[in-house]
Design a protein around this ligand. Structure first.
Ligand code: SAH
Length: 249
């Protein structure tokens, strides 16, 4: 999997790309991450990436030219409107980060994990010239119903969510199959299909000490009866999902 991140703040990614699973995935060659400085694709002396909005209003908007040039230089060919459907084979996505985009979900991460390449366009200021969404990006994606000041954190969240789904990225292969939103969180508990109760969140986890400040661990987890543990986890996951995310059940 190759990730390209187009940004006006390339140094931003130095931290997030260098820890844990994402770092290891790069070290083992599972993932390649390239950060592209948008200003490198400007042609004027001031390396201008933004301009004032047509129609007036507050703030600045990222100009289309450097973004088109950046993506085209990564792809190695030009993007014309007519050829947009052929911009990419189905193995590449050009993802515009946008608070006004479609919501990113675990199922989006699963779909992206099948790709060979994702090019992220990180917006800033008031956002990005709409022609980027219409004629360059293959998808416009939001990571949640709130507004951030840039697309870098959102893009990084997607890089993380997708990387940990790649086979071999996690130390324990099973662990991405039995977690929140996997649709299989309930499989611990022997549930047969996700339709029955929707998607469950993860069950609560406990580790040592068995008693901490007077708060004990549920006895069934210490008892060693695997069937009972599975039953408890299923019920606890369901209870937690109902409490925290009634919309999922
Ligand atoms: N005026 C825009 C917000 C611009 S925020 C609006 O009201 O929708 C600046 C940039 O931050 C955006 O271009 C986008 O790239 C990024 N961004 C902000 N919130 C985001 C979110 N929830 N998901 C993805 N990207 C986001």
């Amino acid at each position: 999997m190759r990730f390209d991140l187009i940004t006006i703040f390339p140094e931003f990614f130095a931290g997030p790309l260098n820890y844990g699973i994402v770092r290891r995935a790069q070290e083992t060659g599972l993932v390649e991450a390239n950060v592209q400085d948008l200003r490198a694709f400007t042609k004027d002396r001031h390396r201008t990436v933004d301009d004032r909005p047509f129609g007036g209003g507050e703030g600045m908007v990222l100009k289309p030219e450097p973004l088109f040039e950046a993506v085209e230089s990564l792809l190695g060919f030009s993007v014309g409107e007519a050829s947009k459907p052929g911009v990419t084979d189905s193995k590449t996505a050009i993802v515009l980060m946008s608070a006004a985009g479609k919501l990113f979900r675990q199922e989006t991460a699963r779909r992206y994990a099948q790709l060979e390449r994702i090019i992220f366009i990180c917006g800033r200021y008031e956002g990005v010239d709409e022609r980027v969404a219409k004629h360059l990006a293959t998808e416009e994606i939001s990571i949640g119903d709130f507004v951030l000041s840039g697309g870098e954190l959102p893009a990084m969240m997607i890089v993380d969510a997708v990387t940990r789904l790649l086979p071999g990225a996690l130390g324990n292969e099973a662990s991405s199959q039995n977690e929140s939103f996997s649709g299989e969180a309930h499989s611990h508990a022997g549930r047969e299909s996700r339709d029955e109760n929707g998607v469950l969140l993860d069950f609560p986890h406990y580790t040592r000490p068995a008693e901490y400040r007077g708060w004990g661990v549920p006895g069934v987890l210490i008892g060693g009866n695997h069937a009972e543990v599975a039953k408890w986890r299923r019920a606890a996951a369901l209870e937690k999902t109902r409490r925290n995310r009634p919309d999922l059940v």
